[in-house]
Write a protein that binds this ligand. Sequence first.
Ligand code: ADP
Ligand code: MG
Length: 383
Amino acid sequence: MSGQAGKLRVGVVFGGRSAEHPISCVSAGSALAALDPDRYEVVPVGITRDGGWVLPDPALRLAIVDGVLPEVTGGTAVTLVGDPAGRGLVRLDGAGPRIELDVVFPVLHGAYGEDGTIQGLLEMSGLPYVGSGVFASAASMDKEFTKKLLAAAGLPQGDHVVLRDAAGALSADPSLLDEAARERLGLPVFVKPSRAGSSIGISRVTDWAQFPEAVAAAAAVDPKVVVEAAVPGREIECGVLAGPGGGPPEASLPAEIRLRPGTDWYDFTAKYLADAAEFDVPAGLTLEQTRAVQAAACRAYLAMDCQGLARVDFFLGAGPDGAERLVINEVNTMPGFTPISMFPRMWAASGVDFAGLVDRLVEAALAPARPAVVPALDGGARA
Ligand SMILES: Nc1ncnc2c1ncn2[C@@H]1O[C@H](COP(=O)(O)OP(=O)(O)O)[C@@H](O)[C@H]1O
Ligand SMILES: [Mg+2]
């Protein structure tokens, strides 16, 4: 215990280089407020949009105030000690003692936060951290590999095509997909950057004439583009937490996002700017539907080798044969923690309040020794 009076010292890292910087700040504000000061000594650590690590001004408000989004702009410059013997932060000006940490909570969304990069840095530094490791973070961030791993585990998903070097393919052949592929996918299709978030770079294409422009928009975010058949149905989300004491993962009650009439899909504006959606927490589902969603969410968590937490997003609708079909859309390894975010609200509805949630996350981060090498091939890999 590095904190005062035997408290755990938790570094809460937020902001970051992705477009989701302000959302991360708001998520961190909620997490900081939920960490019990009797148990934890918290060290807030900001990452600026340029990637600079700072101890921010304590007056920094990590909330949306009068419609203004928070941002990490400066503070005391620090750096993470890469040597595991260091276990913490040092000030770049050389002043003050080393700031030892017991555990890190990277409340970061998107690139350089949720994609395995900071997880790698923390592994190198020998610091335990909340959430998934390098591989699960990187794989869950990448829609192509999410689909491959879910398919390998027999989990249901929609039809799709992956376009590598989409911009190059576009200039070689502007039609990009042959007739057979177009027929198979049908319209509309969703055209997405493989590695992004917050609906950035995604288009819903209702006419093949719009397709090249949609591919170009997605390729501007990620050279790898995924083209998905539209999956009809309700948008359902489910939270997963590592089981207490290293037990099997547990799922929250699911929630539903209901888009208001006139909103076709959950794009960036609908997510953050417009009053375009209503949220049912918990979702109005039958007991069997709830159980099916929860079981699929836990299986997806295990298939992606997640740790600590995940939010698994689904479509629940009718398949081509008319029978009910549950399709996984994506797995988020660091879901939003803002006061209106679905993950904490789903857990609150399931009897785990915000303080209990962060306790469980910190406990899970400290509990298992993260294997530095691949576990032995005895079938005993952690579950
Ligand atoms: N295949 C699909 N069928 C129907 N709607 C989709 C499909 N893919 C995405 N959407 C809509 O677009 C939104 C954003 O897509 P998503 O893959 O979740 O991107 P992000 O990772 O940016 O959140 C979804 O919440 C949903 O409203
Ligand atoms: Mg999504």
